[in-house]
Design a binder for this molecule. Structure first.
Ligand SMILES: NC(=O)c1ccc[n+]([C@@H]2O[C@H](COP(=O)([O-])OP(=O)(O)OC[C@H]3O[C@@H](n4cnc5c(N)ncnc54)[C@H](O)[C@@H]3O)[C@@H](O)[C@H]2O)c1
Ligand SMILES: [Zn+2]
Ligand SMILES: [Zn+2]
Length: 365
C-alpha cells in the first residue's frame, strides 16, 4: 500500500516526506494508521555516523493510532481499536518471561538498528523499489501507517486524545518508570533529576506522585526550569560547576536518588557526587562518551543503574499513567506541542533548541 513517511536520507540531511510502499501485515502483525507520533531525542541518534542504525531510515517510536488491518491469524487488537505503540521485544527470552521486556536480550537489535532482527524483511520500499530501514522500535512511525507486532500495542479507550497520549510510549514512560518502577522512589525521598526535557519532566512529576519530599530539577534552559517548578519540582537549578555541592546542601547531605537524562559524563559524575551514602543514580540519557569515575566514587554503598524504557511493561504501566493523567496528577500534556508531519524538521529544531519539550507529529493533518 502507498503511504507517506518522513525518511532520513543522510545523517546530516533533513527528513524528507516521501511516498513509499508498505507491505501487508505478516503473521503476528497489525497495520496501524498513525494519528500522532511523538518526537523523542532518541529519534535523532541515527544521525550519529557511529550509531547502530543508519539512513535511509524511517524513525519514530512513539506512535499512536487506529488498527486498520490484521495479519494472517491475528484477532487482537481488532480493527478499529485505538492503540499506543511502545518498544519491541521478543516475548520469549529470560527478561521477557520475567516481566522485564525493556531488558529483552534482543532489545538493541529489535529497537535501535532500524532493521529489526535477521528474520525481519524491511516492510517499506521507496519509489525506486529500494528497501528503507523501517523496523525502528518495531514501528518506524514517522509515517501515515506502520506495521507492528501485536505485542507492541497497548489498547486505550476511544475517548482519549491520541495526539496527547502518543509520547507515553517512550519518553514519558521512561521518565515516570525510572522513578516509580526502576528506582522505586519512596515517600519522603530526596530526588534530583538532571535534564528537564520530556524524560526529565515526566520523572519530576512521578517523583511528586511517589511522595518525594525534595525534587530538584537541573537544566541549562531557563524556560524548562520554570516548567519543572510548575510541574512540582521543589527546586530548579542551572547546571554547571559546583552543582554537586549545591545539591548536597539542598538535600541535607545528598540525594537518595538521582536520575540522569543528559548522558553527559561530567553531569553523571556530579550526579554520583550528589548522592548520599547508599544512594542510587539511574542513567537513561544516551551517552556518547565513556563514563569515568574516581576510585572511591561509589565506595559508600552508592549504586549506578542503567535503565531502559523505565523498566516498564507498557500494557500494565501506560494505563496507570493515563489514570493519573485523568486525575490531574500527571499533566504530561503540558509538554506537548503538535506539528503536521510535513513540519518534522521544524519540530526537530524546536526540540533541539529547547523551545518545545515534546513535539508530536500529526501524519493525518
Ligand atoms: N533509556 C531509555 O530508555 C530512553 C528513553 C527515552 C529517551 N532516552 C534518552 O534520554 C535522554 C533525554 O531525552 P529527552 O527527550 O528528555 O531529551 P531532551 O533533549 O528534551 O532533554 C535533555 C535535557 O538535558 C539538558 N541538558 C543538557 N546538558 C545538560 C547539562 N550539562 N546540565 C544540565 N542539563 C543539561 C538539556 O537542556 C535538555 O533540556 C536522551 O538522551 C534520550 O535519547 C532514553
Ligand atoms: Zn525478550
Ligand atoms: Zn524514545
Amino acid at each position: 500500500m502507498r503511504i507517506q513517511a518522513a525518511v532520513l536520507r543522510a545523517s546530516d540531511g533533513p527528513f524528507a516526506i516521501e511516498h513509499v510502499d508498505l507491505a501487508d501485515p505478516g503473521p503476528r502483525q497489525v497495520r496501524v494508521r498513525i494519528a500522532a507520533v511523538g518526537f523523542c531525542h532518541t529519534d535523532v541518534l541515527p544521525r550519529d555516523p557511529g550509531f547502530l542504525a543508519r539512513p535511509p531510515l524511517i524513525a519514530g517510536h512513539e506512535g499512536a493510532g487506529v488498527v486498520e488491518a490484521l495479519g494472517p491469524g491475528v484477532t487482537e487488537p481488532p480493527v478499529g481499536a485505538h492503540v499506543l505503540l511502545s518498544f519491541d521485544h521478543c516475548g520469549t527470552c529470560e527478561s521477557c518471561l520475567d516481566g522485564h521486556p525493556a531488558y529483552c536480550h534482543a532489545f538493541f537489535q529489535r529497537n535501535l538498528t532500524g532493521t529489526g532482527t535477521a528474520a525481519d524483511p524491511q516492510p517499506v520500499t521507496d519509489a525506486d523499489g529500494k528497501p528503507v530501514a523501517s523496523r525502528w522500535f518495531g514501528q518506524s512511525s514517522f509515517a501515515t501507517h506502520a506495521l507492528v507486532d501485536v505485542r507492541n500495542t497497548v489498547v486505550v479507550d476511544q475517548d482519549l486524545p491520541l495526539d496527547l497520549l502518543a509520547p507515553l510510549g517512550c519518553g514519558i514512560q521512561t521518565g515516570a518508570g525510572a522513578i516509580l518502577l526502576a528506582l522505586g522512589v519512596r515517600a519522603g525521598a530526596r530526588v534530583v533529576v538532571f535534564g528537564a526535557g520530556g524524560v526529565g519532566l515526566a520523572a519530576v512529576m512521578a517523583a511528586r506522585i511517589a511522595g518525594a519530599s525534595t525534587v530538584v530539577a537541573v537544566d541549562l534552559h531557563r524556560g524548562r526550569l520554570e516548567l519543572a517548578e510548575e510541574l512540582g519540582a521543589s527546586h530548579a537549578l542551572e547546571g554547571g560547576d559546583g552543582i554537586a555541592r549545591q545539591l548536597r546542601k539542598i538535600t541535607g547531605g545528598g540525594a537518595d536518588y538521582v536520575l540522569d537524562t543528559t548522558g553527559v559524563p561530567e553531569v553523571i559524575r556530579a550526579g554520583v557526587d550528589s548522592l548520599r551514602p547508599r544512594g542510587t543514580i539511574g542513567l537513561v540519557g544516551a551517552q556518547s562518551r565513556d563514563l569515568v569515575l574516581g576510585p572511591a566514587a561509589l565506595a559508600t554503598g552508592k549504586n549506578v543503574m542503567g535503565i531502559l524504557e523505565g523498566d516498564a511493561v507498557p500494557r500494565l504501566f501506560l494505563p496507570r499513567l493515563i489514570e493519573l493523567w485523568r486525575q490531574g496528577r500527571f499533566p504530561f500534556d503540558r509538554l506537548v506541542r503538535t506539528y503536521p508531519l510535513s513540519e518534522i524538521n521544524t519540530a526537530e529544531r524546536h526540540a533541539a533548541s529547547g523551545e518545545t519539550v515534546k513535539p508530536v507529529l500529526l501524519p493525518g493533518s
